[in-house]
Design a protein around this ligand. Structure first.
Ligand code: FES
Ligand SMILES: [Fe+2]
Length: 376
């Protein structure tokens, strides 16, 4: 029986969906509303490297306006996107060498956010500086520390080695959502929607009917949802890209690091083939589906995605097919979540009835509420 929201299901021990929590007492039937505040002292994906060209890039993360640009040596700089003179967005200015120049009256800032030039001004006012935000690069993703810039906690960065290690092909993209970030958390923690919202693409009936196992690690702050489908149909998406045919064993193991990092470990293999005792798994294909869930404003979210695969790595046709499929699927989610937002915005605390399939999403909500409560 899941903790949290009213869950429609039996009250006896439930083999289908269970949450394991060693430290937190069960809170049966307690409503866990979708969080709307931002959790700070966290890393959020703010951009992909391929988005950073000669023009400044404007992003809003957890309500903070940030401008990003690259210096001549490739260093990624993230500054407060507000000129201290009259507040014009620096992102509407120009990158000049290693500096950025405001597009209103020309104040110019170096990569530390220090104003180094002002028009008709012998000495630049010492307060005419902007905050420099801390960024961290993992493969093609740029993470932004939303917290005290003097105290970034690098050990809070999720480990995503497939983004940068040899042996993996990585594709990335981003779609903006006109919906609060909680809708995307719910969406990604419950993949049973694949059978309906993504029917004919990545959805097959078994996704919705296969039992899930949900667990929570309070120490590492990870929510896990495991779905293991045995001897099932091979969706066209995977048959086209891996060569596998029905029947397959299809694993979907979610590893969610609230708020900003979601990893879906996908394993597809001929039915009955398990990984070897030493961990090698040569007959299976592996796909890591990552999402950077980045709250932007109260009602908008940046939905970053990355696909890391260990098969058909040099096949550009597979690149194109997977990118097209992923974009299609993400846009199906975007369409649904944007619609949800219009309804959610009509009520402060919309009533909900939760199901067994929501166990992971409710656990995630609970963990995010705890993080928000710790905001400095
Ligand atoms: S607002 Fe930027 S220079 Fe005036
Ligand atoms: Fe989806």
């Amino acid at each position: 029986m899941a903790q949290g929201n009213q869950v429609d299901g039996p009250t006896a021990p439930d083999p289908v969906c269970s949450i394991v929590s060693a430290e937190r007492p069960r809170q049966e039937n307690q409503i866990v509303q979708m969080p709307t505040e931002f959790a700070t002292d966290q890393w959020y994906v703010v951009a992909s490297l391929d988005e950073l060209g000669p023009e400044p890039l404007a992003r809003t993360v957890c309500g903070r306006h940030v401008v990003l640009f690259r210096q001549t040596d490739g260093t990624v700089v993230a500054l407060e996107d507000r000129c201290p003179h009259r507040g014009y967005p620096l992102s509407r200015g120009t990158v000049v060498g290693d500096q950025i120049q405001c597009g209103y009256h020309g104040l110019t800032f170096d990569g530390c956010g220090t104003c180094v030039w002002a028009p008709n001004q012998g000495t630049v006012p010492s307060k005419a500086n902007v905050t420099r935000h801390v960024v961290h690069l993992t493969g093609p993703w740029v993470w932004l520390w939303v917290g005290d810039p003097a105290q970034p906690e690098v050990d809070k960065l999720p480990l995503v080695p497939w983004m940068s290690e040899p042996g993996w092909k990585v594709l990335t993209g981003m779609e903006p959502l006109a919906a609060r970030y909680g809708t995307l958390v719910d969406n990604l923690l419950d993949l049973s929607h694949e059978s309906y919202l993504h029917a004919g693409y990545i959805g097959t009936p078994e996704v919705a009917t296969t039992p899930i196992e949900t667990s929570v690690d309070e120490d590492t702050e990870v929510v896990s949802v495991r779905r293991r489908m045995k001897a099932v149909e091979c969706p066209p998406f995977y048959s086209a890209t891996t060569g596998l045919q029905t029947p397959i064993d299809r694993w979907q193991d979610i590893e969610y690091h609230p708020v900003g990092c979601y990893i879906l470990h996908v394993r597809v293999a001929p039915a009955g083939i398990e990984p070897r005792p030493d961990g090698s798994d040569p007959r299976a294909a592996h796909l890591k589906v990552l999402y950077g869930i980045t709250p932007s404003t109260r009602g908008t979210t940046l939905d970053f995605w990355a696909l890391c695969r260990d098969f058909a790595r040099d096949d550009e046709a597979v690149d194109d097919g997977m990118a097209t499929m992923q974009t299609t699927v993400v846009l199906q989610d975007v369409d649904a979540l944007d619609l949800l937002e219009t309804r959610l915005a009509e009520m402060d605390e919309p009533p909900e009835v939760s199901l067994k399939i929501d166990a992971g999403g409710l656990a995630a909500r609970r963990m995010i509420h705890a993080q928000i409560a710790r905001n400095p």
